[in-house]
Design a protein around this ligand. Structure first.
Ligand code: ADP
Ligand code: MG
Length: 709
């Protein structure tokens, strides 16, 4: 029978219907192709032989040649163990069996050279090897197990059904025999030669049967690059399609609002990064494609003004704009901040939240629909069906990670905007602002459908926040420090964790903490605010406002203050039970201070009991203020799946590459994917035919070709 890579595994020699079934269920292996793509998890290097005298006290796997000198049986608690003395010309060690002793003893001969392989256990400076792999020299020379041995992924079921690593190795070998090991090249000649890649056939051969460490490394590089290349290709294509398919409103002029603000009301000069990002946004808005842009900038980097000036571009072209924030506190703060600028420009702006009064809502709804309201700021309340715009040109979402893709698309439908009378409704441009830095590499591999801008520069004159880690036992010193800061006129945040599963306990901690702070900072000299999730929005707001106005010196809170709140006079952030917070949350919280001229501090309080991960998180916080660096550590600790929340794209189901460890390869892959598509977006050139074929075979989105070609 003629085989190809789509042939079902049932047709492979050595795989009967039953094994085929197990392989399908356990490893998702359906075809010859799937067998080839089952990459080993790791390798055992059996190219090296150790002398017993040179063995190191670690538990790496080692291979030794020697002879068995004697056997003895040793009684132990249950049953007995078989022990052999194994010797070479440099020393001796023990081989130990707890099972199958009779068989071993019958099979193995004294004073015959054997190759043994396994992990060593050490007792003082004596070592033994339990249940070694053992072969005669002859078996060893002709067998599969010389060289570098691949270890394939396995499951309990596989093992129970006798599909051992060795059996899988044989199955893979059979695919190579049946196909003669010749596989179609899947990358362009240009990429192969530029990056000096192994051919597809050589790469597959060496990933499964490495001839040397060097070839193994080359095979891994080639296959990782290929995997990432096709993911990037897919993401970039999606983006291209989006741009060609989704029409956007054309804002072709920079007008009075923008120019007046820029010339007369700019409260400070923009940083270069802010200017650069504004230009990027300007280019998007000046094209006829819908903008779908992610603006990343560390806390305090000044995203708000960039958002506001983008809104002015919309207003200058006769459109409305909105800004959506995740909490009422934040929305209110944005509203207050923008109001001051809007008044100078005669721009109308309103705030809509869950607690807006019905009469106010009516006014807002009407003003939105007749176009007299220019800018609407609010919370999720913006998404309610009753909220309709006359012509929404730009929607900004602040602190994006709290909003899902669903909400983003809901915003699209808010508008009746058209470019010319009578033509179709065009969705607003979307700008998503986030202070949760997603490592650039991950962002570009996951958010391929969003363009990304980064504000990577803080406004001048910011003092970097000093962060320290203190144990609970040092609380008195911490309180003394706080008192000194208050003496200097500063304000303090003290934050408690609130984790849903633990809510009752956490509230108790918060209240206990509050009581003890009240004792140490007595009224009337000290005024304390408290804000937590169980309070009514109005009460929360009242307490928050007291703190913002400086009427209270200490704000005791749960993580509700996490995002966006801006009180420049607050200079100390105390985080209680800091070991319970995630890194990005710690970084967000710390970002609440360091907003004014004073030196700011972040104090991480913990008990003495810390896990290794907690230690890493605390050390990272103490070491650096750089949100991107912190995000990288976070990614390493938690893995991409947790960070992104949901499985957003192929990055999380990678076969061989790793977005964290293979950043450099990812960059190369992206570069080449871009280059291929730049000149040939529909992949019609003959030199790209293999890319087209491979992509089509992989892609679940076959219909997208309609949009491209
Ligand atoms: P974030 O990016 O965290 O949303 P904001 O937009 O709230 O940051 O800005 C943080 C603070 O920095 C605000 O008080 C803002 O007015 C100020 N700011 C922003 N840009 C600049 C700048 N270029 N120069 C000086 N201060 C700035
Ligand atoms: Mg902000």
């Amino acid at each position: 029978m003629a085989v190809n890579l789509q042939t079902p595994i049932d047709y492979l020699k050595g795989v009967g219907p039953q094994r085929a079934d197990v392989l399908r269920k356990e490893l998702n292996i359906f075809t010859f192709q799937d067998v080839l793509n089952l990459f080993p998890n790791r390798y055992i290097d059996r190219t090296k032989y150790y002398k017993i005298g040179d063995l190191q006290q670690n538990n790496a796997e080692v291979q030794v040649i020697g002879k068995i000198k004697s056997f003895k049986e040793v009684a132990q608690k249950r049953g007995k163990r078989l022990v052999a003395v194994f010797q070479d010309d440099t020393g001796s060690m023990e081989l130990v069996w707890f099972r199958g002793q009779k068989w071993i003893k019958d099979k193995l001969e004294l004073n015959t050279p054997y190759v043994i392989f396994g992990k060593t256990n050490w007792y003082g400076n004596k070592c033994n090897m339990p249940h070694p792999d053992i072969e005669t020299m002859d078996e060893h020379k002709t067998g599969l197990s010389s060289g570098i041995l691949p270890l394939y992924p396995s499951t309990e079921k596989l093992t129970a059904r006798g599909i051992s690593n060795r059996v899988i190795g044989k199955i893979v070998q059979q695919v190579f025999l049946d196909t003669k090991g010749k596989f179609i090249e899947t990358l362009t000649a240009e990429i192969c030669s530029e990056l000096k890649l192994l051919s597809k056939s050589d790469a597959l051969l060496n990933i499964h049967f490495p001839k040397s460490q060097k070839l193994l490394a080359k095979a891994q590089f080639r296959l990782k690059l290929e995997e990432l290349f096709y993911i990037q290709l897919q993401l970039i294509l999606k983006n291209l399609i989006h741009k060609s398919k989704i029409k956007g409103l054309l804002f072709d002029k920079v007008g009075t609002y923008f120019n007046t603000f820029y010339a007369s009301h700019l409260p400070f000069s923009l940083t270069n990064a802010q200017k650069r990002v504004l230009k990027e946004i300007r280019v998007d808005l000046g094209s006829t494609a819908q903008m779908n842009r992610l603006l990343q900038g560390d806390v305090g980097s000044g995203k708000t003004i960039v958002g506001f000036m983008s809104m002015l571009m919309a207003l200058d072209n006769g459109f409305q704009a909105c800004l959506m924030a995740p909490t009422e506190i934040l929305a209110t703060q944005h509203y207050t901040g923008l109001l001051a600028w809007c008044e100078k420009l005669n721009i109308t702006i309103e705030l809509l939240t869950g607690s807006s009064k019905t009469s106010k809502r009516k006014l807002i709804h009407n003003a939105l629909e007749d176009g007299t309201l220019h800018i609407l700021v609010g919370t999720h309340a913006l998404l309610e069906d009753k909220v309709k715009f006359k012509n929404l040109g730009l929607a900004i979402i602040d602190e994006q990670h709290r909003f899902g893709v669903k909400q983003r698309s809901k915003l699209w439908k808010k508008s009746n905007a058209t470019q010319e009378t009578g033509s179709a409704i065009i969705p607003p441009h979307i700008l998503v602002m986030t202070a949760t830095p997603i490592p650039r590499t991950l962002a570009m591999s996951v958010y391929g459908d969003l363009d990304i801008s980064v504000i990577d520069e803080l406004p001048p004159g910011r003092k970097s926040i000093k962060t320290v880690h203190r144990y609970d036992a040092n609380r008195l010193n911490v309180f003394r420090f706080i008192r000194d800061e208050i003496e200097k006129g500063r304000q303090i945040y003290i934050v408690y964790p609130l984790i849903q599963e633990n809510e009752t306990m956490d509230y108790k901690d918060l209240m206990d903490g509050y009581a003890s702070i009240e004792r140490d900072f007595p009224k009337p000299k000290y005024q304390i605010s408290i804000v937590h999730g169980k309070m009514k929005p109005a009460d929360k707001d009242y307490e928050m406002q007291r703190f913002i106005k400086g009427e209270t010196q200490i704000m005791v809170a749960t993580t509700v203050i996490e995002v966006g709140v801006n009180v420049p006079n607050a200079s100390v952030m105390v985080i209680e039970s800091a070991e319970r917070f995630g890194l990005s949350q710690l970084h967000q919280l710390r970002g609440r201070v360091g907003r004014g001229a004073a030196q700011s501090f972040c104090i991480l309080m913990t008990s003495y009991k810390l896990s290794n991960d907690s230690k890493t998180r605390l050390e990272t916080m103490v070491r650096t203020n750089d949100g991107f660096e912190i995000a990288e550590v976070d990614l390493k600790l938690r893995g991409p799946g947790d960070i992104m929340g949901t499985q957003q794209s192929g990055v999380l189901n990678l076969r061989i590459a790793d977005v964290v460890k293979d950043k450099a390869i990812l960059q190369q892959a992206r570069y080449h994917a871009k280059k291929v598509l730049q000149n040939d977006p529909a992949l019609q050139h003959p030199e790209h035919s293999m890319v087209l074929d491979t992509y089509k075979a992989m892609s679940k989105f076959k219909n997208i070709w309609n949009y491209i070609s």
